[in-house]
Write a protein that binds this ligand. Structure first.
Ligand code: FE2
Ligand code: FE2
Length: 452
């Protein structure tokens, strides 16, 4: 189901986008802050299920509403805000145009918000009862551990799941190999176990290791397996094997270089041993950076090395992999962390660059990318709220690659959702030094729904 959500209040839009994305499994939210872009999207996005819109400060609510009323007659329109539609003259006749039109009066609790949206999207949901009893987990994660704390299943059909690992039982890597040979990409755990263990896409606490100490050889072998699985995932998304290999060779060389600096080498060793989101996304950012460089015809050995080095080290001081998923300081998830954790998070671009500045293999360009990897196209990033004109093309390429990885990770590498991600990025990165790398990326991976 596709929802277009137009709201010029950034905080509000971010919050309700998160709510919307968590209502049903198959919801795709196109959030937008600009009326012009929203009008373009209304024309381009097929099969919209709902339009949600706040009372826009630019006074153009009527344009959005009239477009939906005249061209998308079946699509319900929800007004989000403090006023009701009766108080807004341009919405006169609101209910009679479409009896599913409605309004959500703010503030509203997450439960009431969910109920309102569900009543519109699937009024007969209790009779169709689309309740998934299982959640999928990528098979990749099972390689990193050897014991499951809950039952694990494979899916045969929507209604049939078969248990493959029993709760509290040790499994072997060869067990996982056999499943992979049968092209099983996902295993499943029950919804209640998913909730009980607080599983998220970066954490799988139902998986453990019985002996904490892996030998260096075992770690190397596991890394090779996980890297080849990650390669498979990026190739599935349309990246080439050559690009993935270029990143891998470059990372290998950088790790070799870092051996002369014990403090850095130790951090990287631990990061690779932990094999969590911090390492995974660093590796993937390197692949996407190499792809952008290739499309830009910029793939000189020096640029490849600089971007791969920045990718490998940019989040190295973060201890919590969940924090590496947060992109900006206004993210609502930050409120769940302690004051110290937030401080550590906000200073990590500088801390990582400072550690690296002490060794002679990192160029000033690499340090700049690391220091600026949370700056953004609106000039509202951290640590310095740099104006986008001050960000170099290489920094912009890195920010684009990083955002793409972060977003595609959230979709669990679903190629079908790649277009939606690129579409959002096109609206965001159309100016300054962001434009050329983004256009190069779009040219290769172009989205059908792109706002060009
Ligand atoms: Fe970061
Ligand atoms: Fe990162």
């Amino acid at each position: 189901m596709r929802i277009l959500y137009l709201d010029d209040n950034d905080y509000q839009r971010q919050l309700y986008t998160v709510y919307l994305e968590n209502i049903l499994d198959n919801i795709e939210v196109f959030d937008e802050s600009s009326t012009n872009n929203a009008l373009i999207k209304l024309k381009k996005i097929p099969n919209l299920s709902l339009v949600l819109c706040s009372n826009l400060k630019d006074g153009r609510l009527s344009e959005i509403y009239n477009y939906v009323k005249n061209n998308l007659m079946q699509v319900p329109f929800i007004l989000l805000g403090q006023e009701s539609p009766d108080e807004i003259p341009v919405l006169s006749g609101f209910k009679s145009h479409n009896d599913k039109n409605g309004n959500i009066k703010l503030p509203i609790s997450p439960v009431a918000f969910r109920e309102t949206i569900l009543n519109i999207l699937c009024p007969s949901r209790f009779s169709i009862a689309v309740v998934h009893a299982f959640k999928k987990i990528r098979i990749l994660h099972f390689y990193r551990f050897n014991k499951v704390l809950c039952n694990v299943y494979i899916k045969l059909s929507d209604r049939k799941y078969i248990k493959v690992f029993n709760q509290n039982v040790l499994y072997l890597r060869s067990d996982v190999d056999k499943l992979l040979e049968k092209s099983v990409d996902f295993l499943y755990i029950r919804n209640d176990d998913f909730d009980k263990f607080h599983v998220s896409f970066s954490k799988n606490p139902f998986l453990v290791n019985t002996s904490e100490n892996r030998s260096p050889e075992e770690t190397a072998e596991l890394l090779a397996i996980t890297q080849s699985l990650m390669q498979k995932m990026v190739i599935n998304l349309g990246f080439t094997k050559e690009v993935a290999e270029l990143a891998e060779v470059s990372i290998g060389e950088i790790i070799k270089l870092s051996e002369v600096s014990p403090s850095i080498f130790d951090i990287i060793k631990n990061m690779r041993k932990d094999m969590n989101y911090i390492y995974d996304h660093s590796y993937l950012v390197a692949v996407v950076c190499c792809d952008i460089l290739k499309q830009m015809k910029w793939n000189t050995p020096e640029k490849v090395r600089n971007l791969c080095m920045a990718a490998l080290f940019h989040d190295m001081t973060l201890k919590n992999p969940e924090m590496a998923m947060i992109q900006d300081q206004s993210d609502i998830r930050l409120k769940y962390y302690s004051e110290n954790e937030i401080k550590e998070y906000l200073s990590h671009p500088f801390e990582a660059a400072n550690i690296l500045a002490n060794c002679d293999f990192a160029s000033p360009e690499v340090l700049d990318i690391i220091r600026q990897h949370h700056e953004n196209s609106e000039g509202q990033g951290f640590p310095n709220k740099l104006h986008p004109s001050r960000l170099s093309p290489l920094v912009c390429s890195f920010i684009i690659a990083h955002e793409f990885v972060n977003e595609i990770y959230k979709t669990d590498f679903d190629p079908a959702l790649k277009d939606g991600i690129i579409d959002k990025m096109m609206a965001k990165y159309k100016n300054g030094n962001f434009k050329a790398p983004l256009m190069a990326f779009v040219k290769e991976h172009g989205a059908e729904l792109s706002v060009r």
